[in-house]
Write a protein that binds this ligand. Structure first.
Ligand SMILES: [Mg+2]
Length: 270
């Protein structure tokens, strides 16, 4: 039988959209882990933010950060060599994205050129970040520790100058995508789907046949849900699904974590 591997989004999927709580999914996560089914986080969240949830949920598997910008593989997780770009702490890092320093430099010169006034994490102090993104200072600090993406959380994101700013970024191999409230700037090659495919190929080498299972709630999960064998779309608050056109996509009747539990529970009885 093929080995199931779960690739999951966090915000609004494994954890609650509003409260960021994992209370609803905790038990199921524990049981799946005991059954030896890897759960791989695949989120726009940073390495430091994901470390918090990995620790809380006793997750020791690889994880994908900042919208598919990098794959962090714990040292010794696979018993074969593979290509990676750098080592951070105890992880081998496969990078798809562009480093934060380069992104910041490019943003600053694009702002200068287009005279647009907007602000990302690196432009603001913790107190202001905390009040804008409505997270406690500790969580805001974790969100501010960025490796591969910058998010515009304040200022001009609507004027013609902002459109020029985005075009300027594009000329320099960066894209600026809207996440609803905020706009995230990242490398053109950052992609949840590509990252999942890359990591799935390592799992295939380790286990032979694998069954990839993907879970998400939003537009930025589309690349992830497209590349997996079984994709599950959970509901958003208000009981509706993000509009998505993917063959064979399973729409689950449950909001966020509720849907997550419904979609993954059948794996426990197999
Ligand atoms: Mg989400």
């Amino acid at each position: 039988m093929a080995k199931p591997i779960i690739f999951t989004d966090l915000d609004g999927t494994l954890i609650d959209f509003k409260t960021y709580s994992f209370e609803r999914t905790k038990d199921t996560v524990e049981k799946l882990t005991q059954k030896g089914i890897p759960i791989v986080f695949c989120s726009s969240k940073t390495r430091v933010e994901q470390a918090y949830y990995r620790k809380a949920l006793k997750n020791e598997h690889p994880f994908i950060t900042e919208n598919g910008s990098a794959i962090f593989v714990p040292s010794g997780y696979f018993n074969f060599d593979f290509d990676y770009q750098k080592e951070i702490e105890n992880y081998k890092v496969i990078e798809l994205g562009v480093d934060y320093k380069t992104i910041r430099k490019t943003i600053e010169s694009a702002r200068e050129k287009t005279k647009v006034a907007n602000f990302g994490y690196a432009d603001l102090d913790l107190e202001e970040i905390s009040s804008i993104i409505k997270l406690a200072p500790e969580a805001a600090k974790r969100a501010s520790t960025r490796d591969y993406t910058e998010t515009i959380i304040k200022g001009d994101v609507t004027s013609p100058a902002f459109e020029e700013f985005k075009e300027e970024l594009l000329q320099n191999n960066l894209i600026c995508v809207s996440g609803g409230k905020y706009h995230t700037v990242m490398g053109k090659q950052s992609d949840k789907g590509k990252a999942v495919e890359k990591l799935a190929s390592l799992y295939r080498k380790a286990f032979g046949e694998v069954l990839t299972i993907g879970l998400g709630d939003s537009a930025n999960d589309q690349p992830l849900l497209k590349v997996v064998d079984q994709g599950y779309l959970v509901q958003k608050p208000g009981n509706y699904w993000e509009d998505m056109d993917i063959d064979g996509l399973n729409k689950i009747n449950g909001i966020g974590p509720e849907g997550w539990v419904l979609a993954t529970s059948p794996l426990l009885v197999k």
